[in-house]
Design a protein around this ligand. Structure first.
Ligand SMILES: [Zn+2]
Length: 323
């Protein structure tokens, strides 16, 4: 029961000041959905990403309420995944900002569907039962999708009481509407899920080329502090290492594709080397499948069989744990 763990959540959500008037709220990596958020505490306040469900977003707000003068007037969603925007409704007075494609694809994932998976712990299908266990800390009840209504295409610059925030579209990388938030004077970048730090990236509609270019863009901004979408704060070593991972996985997948092996078999055989210590290594299934789609010449937004990929991912996890 999530209610039994309320105190634990509160202790577990960490508020970090990373520059003057700039904060991050970090959720330690407990697997699926433990995303990070940011706050620029000036000019009415800008929140970078809400959390996956209402209980976690309420705690995010309680955490920010320790420092802000009142609820933030603006929220930016870095992309459309629920763990970055399903708490939007708890900012009813705020302007919700995002990329045009983030808004257009906002309903790709549905809270009702996630709640049905979360409640399917008794399923006879081991993949579904495992997914239900992975979702047990979340509660998707009561979520109403509130997509961004202040939309932009390439860039949007905000003046937050003299603090400049640059919103930059870098997709289609992790998703089509990926946005990073750069605070040039503070030398801070909020990356959304362009960067997973010390945890294995998962990806949806996008390309390897755009994703690695997005990571290069972050490095070129020369930030002192990077707030990844998932995982701990880092410097430019974070995007550099993740770029190397993506390039390595794509190259290895290419070898197995040329040899005629199915994607799941390739994911099973790729030696993770230095990346084996990242959490949830079995998410490699998503990258190998993406590489195979590229090798087959399919478009970056070709439909993805998400349920099948999660099933393959969980099968790989079981194999790793038992092997
Ligand atoms: Zn995420």
């Amino acid at each position: 029961m999530p209610g039994g763990r309320v105190g634990w959540y509160r202790l577990d959500m960490e508020l970090r000041q990373i520059a003057r008037d700039v904060y991050a709220c970090l959720q330690p990596d407990r697997g699926l959905g433990t995303s990070n958020s940011g706050l620029v505490n000036r000019g009415g306040g800008l929140v970078v990403d809400t959390f996956w469900d209402l209980p976690h977003t309420r705690r995010l707000i309680e955490t920010y309420a320790r420092i802000w003068p009142g609820p933030a007037r603006r929220v930016v969603n870095t992309h459309r995944n629920g763990d970055h925007c399903w708490g939007n409704q708890l900012f009813p007075e705020a302007e919700i900002i995002g990329h045009r494609l983030c808004a257009a694809q906002f309903a790709t994932e549905r809270p009702e569907f996630m709640q049905s998976l979360r409640n399917a712990g008794g399923s006879a299908d081991p993949g579904i039962a495992a997914l239900a266990r992975a979702l047990a800390d979340w509660d998707f009840a009561g979520i109403e999708l509130r997509p961004p209504t202040a939309l932009f295409d390439d860039r949007l610059t905000l003046d937050l009481g003299g603090l400049e925030a640059r919103l930059i579209h870098v997709g289609p990388a992790h998703t089509a509407g990926d946005v990073i938030v750069h605070l040039p004077a503070e030398r801070v970048v909020f990356t959304g899920d362009i960067l997973f730090r010390l945890c294995t990236p998962i990806g949806w509609e996008g390309t390897f080329a755009r994703w690695t270019a997005a990571l290069d863009t972050i490095v070129a901004l020369d930030p002192d502090v990077i707030v990844p979408g998932h995982g701990p704060l880092c410097g430019v070593e974070g995007p550099q290492e993740m770029k190397a991972y993506l390039e390595y996985v794509r190259a290895e997948a290419g070898r197995f594709f040329a040899a005629g092996l199915p994607a799941l078999e390739a994911a099973r055989r790729i030696d993770l080397g230095p990346y084996a210590g990242w959490t949830e290594p079995e998410r490699i299934v998503f990258q190998v499948e993406r590489a195979y789609r590229e090798f087959r010449g399919e478009p970056f937004d070709a439909p993805i069989d998400v349920t099948a990929l999660f099933g393959a991912m969980l099968a790989l996890r079981r194999e790793r744990l038992s092997g």
